[in-house]
Design a protein around this ligand. Structure first.
Ligand code: ADP
Ligand code: ZN
Ligand code: ZN
Length: 828
């Protein structure tokens, strides 16, 4: 039997030159040579330490080098992994991503790997003792004085220094200060945060007495007991041994010295699963489910196929996933299940673990760095054929993938909005195609893009039209908020209709869900004297009052002001707390229904690890009568005793400056409405809106996805929006207002030149902007944007690449950065 840990397929045939991607923002890969001593150990998917310029950095081995007649090829210094971190089959995937998302390959791989494992060299800046002399320090220019006082307590890196002083420090200034003998720079290797955890295990050694029945006179009773235990189990961990012989630790060293036992360090895994789950057994499928399952499983192991499963809420999609997954595992294929951040991970995780037991690995942001690392190793070692996780799980190092499931495929949390901007849903299709696997996208409210793909034959369409227990979809009653404009304050939103419905539901001992897509207490604090809104110091947005924290907070950068703050414009202390959020609704509802047990679920109440799961559990156990929440409550939970869903104001997302505003609104409303009436009692929904005639809202009230789609697709076509065009957005930002604006305009001019010089660009590329972003300032960075649009994806990418590479656009670092967002979602 071959050892499956050695990944024979990752071996590189004896070859002195390898291709390496370095973890730096550079677009090319590099060739290194492998010294004889490391020949045997080198393999694709391992990390290596390589010299790069004057530094040593981490690189990833991609394979034998194609190009090796370059002068001055350097040796790799060290191989950092014993086993490859990802299978060779993923390398084309990484290359595809780097290419498509116009992102450096090394950074793509770094993003893919669990955090905290990279060994990197960094330069730390230290103050020299002489500069502590306060007399000579007084004479220094102010910026240098500031730097010295920042370094007084501890040395730090240049970026850390910048963060401390809240501005960018030019490296020329650091050079000057170093020359003047005020500071010095030191290169040091940053140790990885995470290593595999090991534990001591005890084994019997050769010299151990063959039988403890004829005791060696020299051995005490506890020592004999230890040897007995070992003879029985072959190997025991030190904590395990302590349970059998409480004083064991005191005897181990002597036993080892005498040659009776061996002590070895062995890797162990940290366990991320909180509690055990009772096993369950697959139910008989409904005829509809049966049909979907049988259609999909015939394609397992036969090459790439993509399916879109549109199934109303509560129609048993998860059950379908589990049946297909079971079949894939039966065929020795592995399964990747992607779910939206993070609440759903626990729900689906619970159900998959109940069905499949310990062969399920999970990957999501709720894990500690160590736990994540361990899960990664388990997958890499092929110990778990099923991986469940949020968007970053698309990088799971699974080999032999047979099935990739993307649950709630419409969910925007599949899109990553920082560093490496990618969309895990789209990547899932690519990975499935490359690996010859089945991709199964599921949703009750499929995205316009996915339905369009299905209509055009790219996906095969499947549907589940009935709820499992044949419950009706809940009726939706519309309350026209325009008729309540005469009411003051909160009465405008907790209408009499809503209040009565809540009361009736509580009287029947059933549960209520209230939805408002905005957190905080008052979302629009304005000065009662001069009318200025209270704004963030670092961003161009209004602060939100959070009563529990007694502070106004910025939802973009986290900056806050005490609730006692006065108007920054006129100094008046009379701040009107207009606008509402979930926190205000909670207070008002508790006031109206003092007997009811009220809870709130939003980012504020679930920030601490474990709190969300606890909330969900008390809802399931009926320890909560009324749950108030943001879109978090809309996501796929299954609560049979909720019979009333109240949508406080359906319009909040309609006015987003985003071509997807209608789609987002329809989806969230349909999803929230779907939370009602999932059990044996019928449910109802009260939807309050200022726009009862908007087609997204009408379609949502009728649970009519196709009506929505048909209108929306006509609108997209008329305005040339996706799926009829592809887009790339350049996000230009910097701390200096003028420099940022100038850079944005220069890029605009480059675009014009490119179009002038190339007729096909002139014909196929539309350049919108540059314009100031709708949020003009965020975390002290001024923001501009430029949108590239084209009916041809190929032409669009060629244009963007020419723009970026031929003009050397700085896509990371520097005073003004240009972030590339391919297929952008949030264009604010
Ligand atoms: P969806 O993901 O489509 O919203 P779920 O998979 O959560 O639906 O199913 C809704 C409920 O129905 C769950 O409680 C699930 O356990 C149950 N269920 C699903 N399929 C069956 C079946 N074939 N027989 C019995 N119960 C089922
Ligand atoms: Zn004022
Ligand atoms: Zn801010």
């Amino acid at each position: 039997m071959t050892d499956k840990r050695s990944h024979p397929e990752n071996k590189i045939s004896p070859d002195r030159f390898i291709e390496v991607a370095v973890s730096l923002p550079v677009f090319s890969t590099y060739t290194y040579s492998v010294p004889d001593a490391l020949q045997d150990a080198v393999a694709c998917g391992k990390r290596v330490l390589v010299p790069f310029g004057r530094r040593k950095i981490t690189g990833y081995v991609l394979g034998p080098a194609r190009n090796n007649d370059i002068p001055g090829i350097k040796h790799i210094i060290e191989i950092l992994d014993e086993i490859p971190l990802f299978p060779t089959a993923m390398i084309p995937f990484f290359k595809w991503l780097a290419d498509y998302y116009i992102h450096p390959l090394g950074e793509v791989i770094k993003e893919a790997l669990p955090g905290g494992i990279n060994l990197n060299e960094q330069i730390s800046i230290r103050m020299l003792p002489e500069s502590g002399n306060s007399y000579s320090r007084e004479l220094l220019p102010a910026p240098e004085k500031e730097i010295l006082s920042a370094l007084e307590t501890a040395s730090c890196t240049l970026p850390e220094l910048g963060r401390k002083l809240n501005r960018e420090i030019p490296s020329s200034l650091i050079c000057k200060m170093e020359k003047n003998g005020l500071i010095c720079r030191k290169r040091e290797l940053k140790q990885p945060v995470c290593r595999q955890k090991t534990e001591r295990f005890i084994q019997l050694a050769e010299k151990a007495p063959k039988s403890t029945q004829q005791p060696d006179a020299k051995l005490s009773a506890p020592k004999l007991k230890i040897l007995d235990a070992l003879a029985e189990c072959k190997e025991i961990s030190t904590p395990g041994l302590k349970e059998i012989v409480p004083t064991a630790n005191a005897h181990l060293r002597k036993l080892e010295a005498d040659g009776y036992i061996k002590v070895v360090q062995k890797p162990v895994y940290r366990d991320p699963f909180g509690e055990s789950v009772a096993p369950d057994y697959p139910p008989a499928l409904t005829p509809e489910q049966e049909q979907v399952v049988s259609q999909v499983i015939t394609h397992l192991g036969t090459g790439f196929n993509a399916f879109l499963l549109a199934g109303v809420t509560g129609s048993g999609k998860t059950e379908v996933y589990m049946h297909i997954a079971a079949q894939a595992i039966h065929q020795n294929l592995t399964v990747l299940v992607l779910v939206p951040e993070i609440a759903l991970v626990s729900e689906i995780e619970r159900r998959f673990r109940a069905r499949f037991g310990e062969c399920v690995a999970v990957l999501h942001s709720g894990l500690s760095t160590g736990e994540r690392f361990d899960q990664w190793l388990r997958i890499s070692n092929r110990e778990c054929p099923i991986v469940i996780g949020a968007r970053s799980a698309i990088f799971a190092p699974l080999a032999d993938i047979g099935l990739i499931i993307i649950d709630e495929e419409h969910d925007t949390s599949y899109k990553q909005e920082s560093r490496f901007r990618y969309n895990a849903r789209d990547m899932a299709i690519v990975r499935a195609r490359q690996e010859g696997a089945v991709a199964l996208l599921g949703s009750a409210t499929p995205s316009v893009q996915a339905v369009f793909n299905a209509r055009h034959g790219k996906f095969c369409e499947l549907s589940l039209t009935k709820r499992v227990f044949a419950q009706e979809m809940p009726p939706i009653h519309v309350v026209d908020l325009r008729e309540h404009k005469g009411f003051r304050g909160i009465r405008r939103f907790i209408t009499m209709d809503l209040q009565k419905a809540i009361k009736d539901t509580l009287d029947r001992n059933e549960q209520v869900l209230l939805f408002l897509n905005r957190r905080g207490f008052a979302s629009f604090p304005v000065c009662g004297n001069c009318g200025e809104p209270l704004k963030c110091r670092n961003c161009d947005i209004t602060l939100t009052l959070h009563q529990k924290d007694n502070a106004y907070k910025c939802h973009l950068c986290g900056w806050s002001l005490p609730a006692t703050a006065v108007c920054g414009n006129c100094g008046s202390a009379s701040i009107k707390r207009l606008g509402m959020g979930t926190e205000k609704i909670e207070t008002v509802i508790q006031g109206l229904f003092p007997e009811a047990r009220v809870a709130r679920m939003d980012r504020d109440t679930t920030a601490r690890k474990g709190t969300l799961v606890k909330l969900l559990k008390s809802l399931r156990n009926r320890e909560i009568d009324i749950l108030i929440g943001t879109q978090m409550v809309a996501k796929g939970h299954d609560f049979p005793h909720i019979t009333l869903v109240g949508i406080i104001c359906a319009d909040l997302s309609l006015s987003f400056p985003d071509f997807r505003a209608g789609e987002l609104t329809f989806q969230v409303l349909a999803q929230v409405a779907g939370r009602a009436g999932r059990g044996s009692q019928p449910g109802q929904v009260l939807l309050q809106t200022y726009n009862p005639d908007h087609f997204s809202i009408i379609a949502a009230t009728r649970h009519d996805f196709m009506a929505f789609y048909n209108q929306e697709i006509a609108f997209r076509k008329a305005f040339g929006y996706p799926p009829f065009a592809r887009m790339i957005q350049l996000k230009i930002s910097g701390r200096d207002m003028k420099k940022t604006a100038r850079q944005a305009r220069e890029i605009g001019a480059m675009c014009d030149r490119l179009k002038k010089d190339h007729p096909d660009f002139a014909q196929h590329i539309h350049v919108l902007g540059p314009i100031e972003a709708p949020i003009t300032k965020k975390a002290n960075r001024f923001r501009w944007q430029l949108l590239l649009k084209s009916p041809s994806a190929e032409c669009l990418h060629r244009f963007a690449r020419t723009l970026i590479f031929d003009n050397g656009l700085n896509i990371s670092g520097g005073p003004v950065t240009v972030a590339v967002d391919v297929d952008p979602f949030f264009m604010m």
